[in-house]
Design a protein around this ligand. Structure first.
Ligand code: AMP
Length: 285
């Protein structure tokens, strides 16, 4: 039986979240810490644990069919690769940073300067677009120490919370790109594997949708049901169940988490009480 071959990071930031996503999709695999390969016991999937920076080439060569990878790595290594789903974790930005206190106004200030980075291709493209002629120093790790040891005047590196820059006395200046984990696909994927991929993607979308949605319950006076239903940016129409107490109902619905805080005051003003917000495990639409 054919199996879909998926690459995930062997170690590093994406590893844990990628495995968690597969687990929430109901796919059981060995955790495979020291292994290159593992098979799922209940889904036609073979997991390859690979070095992050090698994954784009494996996709190009068709060694794996799909990968969970940071979009920043795709853009740096093989921008022609297709992203078929964004996964919402490992969010970061690739930014230019300079030592604090520098009167930096624009990227033009880096003309003739040295910039250390692990992202030479993306940086080069950005400098060319902005007509800046700077020297690129490619280093593979600990980029943030380069200005302190006199190796570079600025850096171009991934920033998430910004604490690494802060600890090293650096200031974020220009954001070159924003990135998050995504599913990328090999241009050589076969027909059978594509069918398995469709099934996996269906599960992934259900998990992602559930993560960003909440089940909401509240008690509302009967004469406010319509007003409150109109406030809720609900999936369909809310469920309304009578309460034992005369004149009151329980209203149930699904709401996007980021919309909830926008409407909470309006719900209370319209007489909603006992509002409960509950996580959803899976959501099939
Ligand atoms: P932070 O201190 O949270 O801003 O993280 C910055 C450090 O973590 C830098 O060394 C980055 O290279 C690395 N980093 C941040 N986000 C990511 C990411 N999504 N993927 C890989 N490395 C990252």
């Amino acid at each position: 039986m054919r199996k879909l071959k998926i690459a995930i990071q062997k170690s590093g930031r994406l590893n844990e979240d990628s495995l968690q996503l597969l687990k929430e999709c109901g796919v059981s695999i060995d955790n495979g810490v020291d292994k290159l390969k593992a098979s799922a016991s209940n889904f036609p999937l073979e997991v390859f644990y690979l070095r992050n920076s090698d994954i784009p080439q494996y996709l190009i060569d068709g060694v794996v069919d799909i990968a969970i990878i940071g979009e920043n790595t795709i853009i740096e290594k093989h921008p022609s690769l297709e992203v078929i789903e964004y996964l919402g974790f490992s969010k970061c930005r690739l930014s230019i940073a300079t030592p604090k206190g520098l009167n930096y106004k624009s990227i033009k200030e880096l003309n003739g300067k040295r910039i250390a980075t692990s992202y030479p291709n993306t940086l080069k493209q950005f400098l060319t677009t902005n007509n800046v002629n700077a020297e690129i120093h490619e280093i593979s790790g600990s980029v943030e120490i380069a200005p302190n040891i006199g190796l570079a005047d600025a850096i171009c590196d991934l920033v998430s919370s910004g604490s690494t820059l802060f600890k090293n006395g650096l200031e974020e200046q220009d954001i070159i790109l924003k990135s998050e984990a995504c599913v990328s696909i090999s241009p050589l994927i076969g027909e059978e594997e594509r069918k398995i991929l469709d099934k996996l993607l269906f599960r992934i979308k259900s998990v992602l949708k559930a993560r960003s949605s909440k089940y909401i319950l509240m008690n509302v006076p009967n004469d406010k049901i319509e007003a409150i239903s109109n406030i809720l940016p609900v999936l369909k129409s809310p469920t309304v169940l009578p309460l034992a107490e005369e004149g009151w109902s329980s209203l149930h619905s699904v709401i996007e988490e980021n919309k909830f805080w926008e409407v909470i005051d309006q719900l209370k003003e319209n007489g909603a009480e006992g509002i409960l917000v509950i996580p959803i495990e899976k959501m099939v639409l």
